[in-house]
Design a protein around this ligand. Structure first.
Ligand code: DC
Length: 227
């Protein structure tokens, strides 16, 4: 049987991971966070003092990096050369390095192989930037989830505040716009809406409203397949 895979692409802070996780739980699918894989690679480069612009060193270092995924209690664990690195991945430094180094084709191809093999084994909800366009072009349901940069910056600001981390909302918005630009204009597998993806702007929607929308799209696809 061919798996029913759901691809969710969109810019940083659109709510992809929260929404993808909820959908996966509801449907009993595996959630695959591909951004976390790029972050793990970025962490490796940062730890080895390799600069994003040093293409040669980045490509050489790829040979020494092994990223794999495990699931514990339904949570995705990213394993970098044998180490669970989940707790190191959610910093702005790692996020910016991931955006800067994910333009590199060698970095991307290394991770795309892992992403495709996960989607071959199970029904997945996979989120990222190039899932519907490049990683899983045959995904049964594709969503392009976005929100205005101002709304996304505010969400991030509140998230950090909740963790007791103070930040500057204007700086966050500036960073988001820069990352969007880099992710959307890179040469290989940029962030663009797949032709057959459904566009959802979450600026004025709650998480549950977006989840419900995607679940109802899923159910209508499944019943269309049966008829
Ligand atoms: O989704 P995220 O913020 O964790 O992703 C971090 C960076 O990784 C993002 O700025 C671009 C890159 N990325 C990518 O290029 N392709 C993906 N499928 C997922 C993430």
């Amino acid at each position: 049987m061919i798996n029913f895979n759901i691809a969710i692409d969109g810019p940083a802070g659109a709510g992809k991971s929260t929404i993808a996780k909820k959908i996966a739980k509801e449907l009993g699918f595996i959630y695959v966070d591909t951004g976390a894989m790029y972050r793990a690679m970025a962490l490796f480069f940062l730890r080895h003092n390799i600069e994003a612009k040093d293409t040669k060193k980045i490509e050489e270092a790829c040979k020494d990096v092994n990223v794999s995924i495990e699931y514990r209690d339904g949570e995705q664990i990213v394993v970098l050369n044998g180490e669970n690195v989940n707790s190191f991945l959610r910093t702005e430094e790692v996020a910016n390095m991931a955006s800067a180094t994910s333009v590199n084709k060698t970095v991307r191809l290394k991770l795309v192989e892992l992403q495709r093999s996960l989607a071959m084994k199970e029904n997945v909800v996979m989120d990222g930037r190039d899932i519907g366009t490049y990683v899983l072009p045959d995904a049964a349901l594709k969503i392009y989830l976005t929100a205005s940069a101002t709304v996304r910056a505010k969400r991030r600001y509140l998230e950090l505040q909740k963790k007791g981390i103070s930040s500057n909302i204007n700086e966050i918005e500036k960073d988001i716009i820069e990352r969007d630009h880099r992710d959307m204009t890179r040469e290989f597998a940029p962030l663009i809406q797949a032709e057959d993806a459904i566009y959802i702007d979450s600026s004025n929607l709650t998480i549950d409203e977006v989840v419900d929308k995607i679940l109802s799209l899923y159910h209508s696809r499944v019943s269309a397949c049966k008829n």
